[in-house]
Design a binder for this molecule. Structure first.
Ligand code: SF4
Length: 65
């Protein structure tokens, strides 16, 4: 599974970072959410799917391989 963020949609509310800090991180320098590892480890896939489901603006884009 791969994940990325659509920055045109992301509001930087930080919900995904709270839910899965292993993958989503707020980067103070760039003032936006960063994906730490776009190749999601298998044990984190469910959490990343949940983050995508719960993202209010649909900014988390998942590609299932
Ligand atoms: S939950 Fe969605 S809108 Fe909120 S910071 Fe994460 S990607 Fe952005």
């Amino acid at each position: 599974m791969k994940v990325k963020i659509d920055y045109d949609l992301c509001t930087s509310d930080g919900h995904c970072c709270d839910l899965c800090p292993e993958i989503f991180h707020f980067d103070d320098e760039h003032d936006r959410i960063m994906v730490i590892d776009d190749e999601v480890p298998e044990d984190l896939e469910d959490l990343v799917r949940q983050a995508a489901d719960e993202c209010d603006t649909g900014a988390i884009l998942i590609r299932e391989d």
